[in-house]
Design a protein around this ligand. Structure first.
Ligand code: IPE
Ligand code: IPE
Ligand code: MG
Length: 247
């Protein structure tokens, strides 16, 4: 029985977030340059997107480039940006064919202008699609996002649009990049690293965390389904006790 067959479609997470890690190590194992690992990671992105859409996941967020990744060697950063531009460009047709809407979160103004333009075009071109939302986290870090939210709230208080007593969890969420996006119930990280690396710190508060040893370029649909089966075998208690959840 495949992992896909074991999934209870009535208990699907609405939103799954993935830290796609291990491209560099995958390439190193093969004696190749790190960028070969990134290039091979594109197929894994396709598989994850297809797998999520096939079973009916509504939101899939992929951590593609962190704020901290700007500190990598210049040639790797440039190669990653080029790969992003070419991948986004070539995948728009497939996204439209599959009725998938593209969104992006992060400090997008920091992207090179061709990358930013390609991204905006793809977001516009897929804006009407309704089957699934694919959210790319680009030049994203959670601390940046939270500080950004705090600054905007401060500015709205200064303008008199808000009072300090208006600040609630719900209001704060509206100032995050993920304002219109439900929080992920499941976060997957590949490559065996067990950390969050500044990804969706607020939004992952109650998410189940799933770690796999697979390096990202080796990640396939069945690996995605396996993570969901694992998730479905867990129980979220949200601070309560089991008996309260069963009621
Ligand atoms: C993830 O793979 C891709 C990005 C962060 C852009 P890495 O490039 O981090 O690969 P490792 O962790 O060095 O193996
Ligand atoms: C996290 O991976 C960021 C992305 C996958 C885009 P990193 O490889 O950059 O994170 P660390 O350095 O292991 O924490
Ligand atoms: Mg890494």
């Amino acid at each position: 029985m495949s992992f896909k067959d074991k999934i209870d479609l009535n208990k699907l997470p609405k939103h799954i977030a993935i830290i796609m890690d291990g491209n560099g190590r995958w390439a190193k194992q093969k004696g190749e340059h790190r960028i070969i690992g990134h290039q091979n990671g594109v197929q894994s992105v396709r598989e994850a997107v297809e797998a999520a859409a096939e079973i009916g996941v509504q939101y899939l967020t992929l951590y593609a480039f962190s704020t901290e990744n700007w500190n990598r060697p210049k040639e790797e950063v440039m190669a990653l940006m080029q790969l992003l531009v070419s991948t986004i460009h070539s995948e728009v047709k497939t996204l439209n064919k599959n009725n998938i809407r593209l969104l992006a979160i992060g400090d997008l103004k920091n992207l090179p202008s061709d990358c930013f333009a390609e991204l905006q075009d793809a977001i516009k071109a897929t804006a009407q699609n309704t089957r699934m939302n694919l959210v790319l986290a680009l030049s994203y870090s959670s601390r940046w996002e939270i500080i950004n939210a705090v600054k905007q709230i401060g500015a709205d208080i200064e303008k008199g649009k808000l009072k300090i007593t208006d600040i609630t969890e719900h209001l704060f969420e509206n100032y995050l990049c993920t304002a219109s996006i439900p929080e992920p119930e499941l976060m997957i990280r590949t490559s065996g690293e067990r950390r969050i690396s500044n990804f969706l710190l607020w939004q992952l508060s109650y998410a189940e965390l799933y770690f796999t040893e697979k390096l990202w370029p080796d990640f396939r649909k069945e690996d995605f389904f396996e993570a969901i089966v694992d998730y479905q075998n867990r129980e979220s208690r949200f601070g309560k006790i089991s008996e309260q959840i069963e009621e």
